[in-house]
Every structure is written in structure tokens, then in C-alpha cells.
Ligand binder design. Structure first.
Ligand code: ZN
Length: 288
């Protein structure tokens, strides 16, 4: 009988079975629709009211990179066609409003400006993530300079994000620690990480659902939209350094374990040896 392993909390978002977000069969940019709350918006990424297709949840650094790369298109028109291709593959942000077409029917729509804003936000977060990682490099002085560069020079986004985060998270000691951070790498890292983590946690509130799985055993978190998935992925990389690999079941003891590398098959060297030992045993028995 297989032993029941202990339940572990996993943060996978790539379990294909669970809810995650849905996407529409087809998206299109339209200029002729309107929404009274957002009258100045010209371009809307529109789709039918109820998205029906299951989008395959993604995770990992590449997932973030692909999204940020949409911003590399120089002209707004090029950027719109890149976003359209992306949306048809991955889905909308999950932040749509009802828009009215000239003949009076309703569609869902996301403003072009919102996409631009979200792409900038994720890019800013990635830069911060890289700057934080660079603090561990052998050249801390350069890294520190780079980090402060991103914090103070980056127009609007970072400053706004951090002050927003700070306004509801940093009080008393925290604020003092953050302001003392300029002189000290560890304190600086702490302050930035603290702000970004709380900022993202706040953004993600009510945008994640949790499911229990017995096979592999664990608690799994599922973002409710593409935007939530992107933010969650940044959070995950910030906390763990990199995304966690899915759990595997050891062929020898049948326990679920967290592999340290992609290639790891057995929970331990001992079980690899035991399994191979029994394998040759079985072969010999067959031969006799
Ligand atoms: Zn094992």
C-alpha cells in the first residue's frame, strides 16, 4: 500500500485541470464602441460578453518576458497588433468593461491604455526583481547604483508604486528602516522587497483561488485572470528566487517530493540505487 505523504503547500499555477481564467475565441481592436465611464478611450480590445475557451495557465520567467516584450513595439499600431496576437493566444487581462457598439449591442472591452499601463507595470516589477538579484552579485556597488537608478529615475511608475505601497504599509519603525536603507544593501533590499511584496499582495487580493489536490498532495493557488497570473508570477519569483518545479512521485517509495532539478527522478540517491538494484534483480529473475 502506498504511504500517505504529508500535505504540502505548492504554488503551482500550471495545473491544467483547475479553473484559471478563460479567453474569448476571437479578439479585435475597435474604435467605434463606447463606454460612458471611459469616454476618452479610442481603441478597445473587444470580445463577446462570455469568454468560453479555457486558457492554458502559464508560469515562469518566459511568461513574464513575453508580456513585457509587447511594449518593445515602437508605434502604437504595431503594439496593438502584437497585443492582438497575444490576446488570441493567451486571453485578455481580465479587467474588461461593457462597451456599446453603434447598433446598440454589448461587448466586453479593454482600453489600449490599460494594456500599456499593465505592460509598464510588469516591466518595472521585473527591473526591480533583477536589481534585487543583482545585489547578491560580486559587484554590490554597481548593483546598488542600478537599483537606485530604477527607483528614482524610472518615470512615474516605480515612484508611484512604491509611494502607494509605502502609504499603506510602512509605519513607524518600517518607515525609519526604509529611509535608513540608502546606506546599507541589506536594509535597501528589505525595504524594496517589503514594498513590492505588499503592493502585489494587495493587488492580488480576491484574485487568487485555492484548491486542494491529493495527487500530487498540496494546496494549489490559481489566479483568476491573466493580469493576476502575471502579478502572481512576479510575487513568486520575488519570494522564491525562481518558480518552483512541479512535484514528482518517486518510483521507489512513491512519495511525492519537490525535485531540485528538472532531471531528478528519485527522491534521493539511495532510492535511485535501490530501484536500479531491484530492477537488475527483476531482470535476473526473468532470465532464470
Ligand atoms: Zn523515494
Amino acid at each position: 500500500m502506498e504511504r500517505m505523504s504529508r500535505i504540502v503547500v505548492t504554488d503551482t499555477i500550471d495545473a491544467a485541470s483547475a479553473g484559471a481564467w478563460r479567453k474569448a475565441p476571437r479578439y479585435s481592436w475597435r474604435e467605434d464602441v463606447r463606454n460612458d465611464e471611459s469616454p476618452s478611450t479610442r481603441w478597445w480590445l473587444t470580445f463577446p460578453p462570455r469568454p468560453t475557451l479555457q486558457s492554458k495557465p502559464r508560469s515562469g520567467a518566459r511568461f513574464l518576458r513575453e508580456f513585457v516584450d509587447l511594449g518593445r513595439n515602437r508605434s502604437p499600431a504595431r503594439m496593438r497588433s502584437a497585443i492582438l496576437r497575444y490576446a488570441n493566444r493567451v486571453g485578455d487581462l481580465g479587467e474588461s468593461l461593457t462597451v456599446i457598439t453603434p447598433d446598440g449591442s454589448e461587448l466586453r472591452g479593454e482600453p489600449f491604455e490599460l494594456w500599456v499601463e499593465c505592460i509598464e507595470q510588469v516591466e518595472t516589477l521585473l527591473r526591480l526583481l533583477n536589481a534585487l538579484r543583482a545585489l547578491y552579485d560580486p559587484a554590490p556597488a554597481a548593483a546598488r547604483a542600478a537599483l537606485w537608478d530604477h527607483l528614482s529615475v524610472a518615470p512615474g511608475a516605480v515612484t508611484l508604486m512604491l509611494s502607494h505601497a509605502a502609504s499603506f504599509t510602512l509605519r513607524g519603525d518600517d518607515a525609519a528602516r526604509a529611509s535608513a536603507a540608502r546606506d546599507d544593501d541589506a536594509a535597501l533590499e528589505w525595504a524594496v522587497k517589503h514594498c513590492v511584496l505588499l503592493f502585489l499582495t494587495r493587488l492580488l487580493r480576491e484574485r487568487l483561488s485555492v484548491a486542494v489536490s491529493l495527487d500530487p498532495p498540496g494546496l494549489q493557488t490559481f489566479p483568476a485572470s491573466l493580469l493576476a497570473a502575471l502579478r502572481f508570477e512576479v510575487l513568486r519569483q520575488l519570494v522564491r528566487g525562481r518558480g518552483a518545479a512541479p512535484q514528482k512521485q518517486c518510483p521507489q517509495c512513491h512519495e511525492w517530493f519537490q525535485p531540485k532539478t528538472r532531471a531528478q527522478v528519485y527522491c534521493s540517491i539511495q532510492h535511485q540505487q535501490l530501484f536500479n538494484y531491484h530492477k537488475s534483480d527483476r531482470k535476473q529473475r526473468r532470465r532464470r
